[in-house]
Design a binder for this molecule. Sequence first.
Ligand SMILES: [Zn+2]
Length: 573
Amino acid sequence: MSYLVFARKYRPQTFEQVVGQTPVVKTLQNSLKRDRVAHALLFSGVRGVGKTTLARLMAKSLNCQEGPTEVPCNECPSCVEISGGSALDLLEIDGASNRGIQEVRELKDKIKFMPTSSRYKIIIIDEVHMLTNEAFNALLKTLEEPPAHVYFIFATTELHKIPVTILSRCQRFELRRVGSEELSGHFHKLAEMEGVELSKPALSLIVREADGSVRDGLSLLDQVLSYGESPIDDNDVVEVLGLVKREVVLSIAEALLTGDRSKALSMLADAFGFGMDVKRFIADLLECFRTLLLIKIGNCEQLLQQSDEDTEQLRTLAQTHPVESIHHKLNLLMQTADDLRFSFQPRLTLETSFLSIISAGDVIGVETLLGKLDNALDSLPEQPAVKQSATSDTAKSEAATEEKKSEDVSTEELRSSPPPKLTFTLEPVDQIEEAESQSEEPIQPRRDVRKDWLEFIAFLKKEKEWMAQSLQQTVSVREDNKELLLEFDDPNDCFVLRSKENRQILTEYVLDFFQQDLNVRIISPENSNGTGVQNLDEPKRRRQQLANHQVVRMAEEIFNGRVGDIRISEPNK
Ligand SMILES: [Zn+2]
């Protein structure tokens, strides 16, 4: 109730008092000055930006006894009646509750008659997009040839719902959200008029919450002023509006980025304890991440909406996280905001979403990864050394020899100039794996067939040496759909290994070592066509060799990722 009183109390009575919308106001005043006001006007824009206020001001200007004038006198009977809401020749219709064809017919009957006491009959239809198609059609004819004594003024929050036939017969004005500075100046002035001192942070909080709507801002200001004792500071605003304190929002943003689970959850619990407004809270958090993103992108200062103090704090936080991470987490938060709209348990929704956001970890940009890979390549010794641990010396040296022999693409070739252009797409490691690595209990990491192949050979050497030796001849090893695919260049290298019994033995060793039940398949030039295993064409084979290349494996280790795709293109000339 207080809000209505307040909004009514400060409703602009002159064009000068309208907050924002300068270009629209100017155009309207000019059309009045030149006596060229269209007989159908349409104001569109979000709620609370001044659509009906401008409509009433136009009505006043057109019917003022001193006019039509761009400066209505506010003293003549017509002006006074319009201000007081009792003007007979001004019809204000709510489109939402008078949307049918019958209402439009009644309206058309009314406008047949000349105005009672004023110059014009003025029809204001608010939320005009609510009219039915039939109603619009009934209105169309009148809009095509409006009687000289009638003006239509329409207002809508949903311009796109109005038929084009109607739009084309109206002079349209799009009202914008009111800027922060204009709102701030306006509310500051009103607080002064009310004799209340409003601190700067309190004012900027109200402006932020108003989100460009004068009416929403007035409602908030009204609530705050009727609650607190002057001077009013930001704590009063936080309490009245059920906001979460800035420092809490900033801390939660920080915890989500740095991956501090317990901090994120305990601060969320505190916020719930204070009876926060969930919708506002998620909006605040989104705004925080938006600011972080804008800071990272740079040169977007004019788009920032936070106070300078907050922005400084966020700047520090932004420094330590890549733009990709911030972007990714912002996307996840937007999803959360969506989920919250349908959630019966907002707290649980927020908690689970916070955990997923933290698990998402840091996303590393491809450029950064490639830069690191370049460094890894540069730091390689001239002769390829075997990167291999926990094996016996013999295994080590043999593996080195074998690996070198089996590679079509040598380290030398990778290092040579011009190098082949490689494009790697590194896929993030599974979230489960990551969750495991972050949990309290250390968990034995699962062995990877490709990464730990040499280690497996070393292990096998102790059990079955001939088999190990045979396996050293593989040109590529990969795991595919519960199968372990071993590729040999020379059928002689896998002659013995190929028998059913031996493959069964190998399967068991694989199970022992990799803890995976993989069916062993052997691919060699002789049988690669007939076994159902697809023939590996040359580029594919080359890709596999590259994927198995020690530099690539090293890259996988450095980034804790996996090679998802390799593309080989012509070397740069
Ligand atoms: Zn007047």
